[in-house]
Design a binder for this molecule. Sequence first.
Ligand code: ZN
Length: 366
Amino acid sequence: MATGFVWHELYMWHNTWNWAQIFPPSLTVQPGEHAENPETKRRFRNLLEVSGLYEQLVQIKPRYATEDEIARFHTREHIAHIKSMSAENGGDASILTPFGKGSFEIAQLSAGGTMEAFDAVITGKVKNAYALVRPPGHHATADVGMGFCLFGNVVIAIMHARAVHKLGKVATVDWDVHHGNGTQSGFYSDPSTLTISLHQDNLFPADSGGLAENGEGAGKGYNLNVPLPPGCGDGAYVAAFERVVIPALYKFKPELIVVPSGFDASGVDPLGRMMVSSEGYRKMTRLLMKAADDLCGGRLVMSHEGGYSSMYVPYCGLAVMEELSGIRTHVEDPWAPLMANWGQMDVQPHQAQLIEQAAKLVGNIN
Ligand code: ZN
């Protein structure tokens, strides 16, 4: 069965201005491109085309999420705030999140693109899907945008699927190098949504994403953080999947698995200090697909989050798309020989120790 893909050129027109603008006013930072700029995603999409894979994917047309749909998660004040700034010359959603004129509508298209990917998978039009949307969403909370995110695309899409398709249990597996705090906040007391985030410990947001954040009330046990130490390579990530993520999924038995997908845990990312290779992302995708096949008819949706190496993100993205579609292209990762020589790609004792601590939390899922 086919793999769906969401893309729209307008995603690339979301203007994040330049780096200098996000620091306090001074003449000490030379103006230059914001880390969250279109290039990384555009090159990901372009490599899919050059590899020949793009034409074999089912193109899913995004739509604009309505304000009512966005309001299933966000406050009306937050929506109005972003909308009014976007209608003028843009602004900053809070910290580190500058945007330009028209970004409100592009953010609607980003949430709507993720919703369309959900619809296509849930209705059986495709087996699985990847939404290459922008702006990203996993840091946005109900009343504020942050960390380059305006609206919580994945949270909005899950709430949409609940309302429209009567979808039951959903699991999210966030492999972006930063904590998926927004997704966590959307379902923190909800036992029907298992939110899992693997991330570099205390990277962003500060003091967020620790082991102790395990859900509250009826949702106690249904939020699972794996705050990995810096320097984790493929070995640690695969171990975290085998010891924590996959057992948690089998215990929870979701009807749909969703991945807020960031490639900023890669070994060459400017905003993270991990060492995952394209092969690591390939292995994690394979493990999730096996779980999805066993648990929910293969239903798996990924929605794009971070990833800031314009040279490397395309190869991580292609590896994931090859696995999702089952189509291996002729493209080899040109970085693979270099990364094969890096030390500590295998799981290290201090990494395994943290993973075992997180594994204990799987027992809290009923
Ligand atoms: Zn990130």
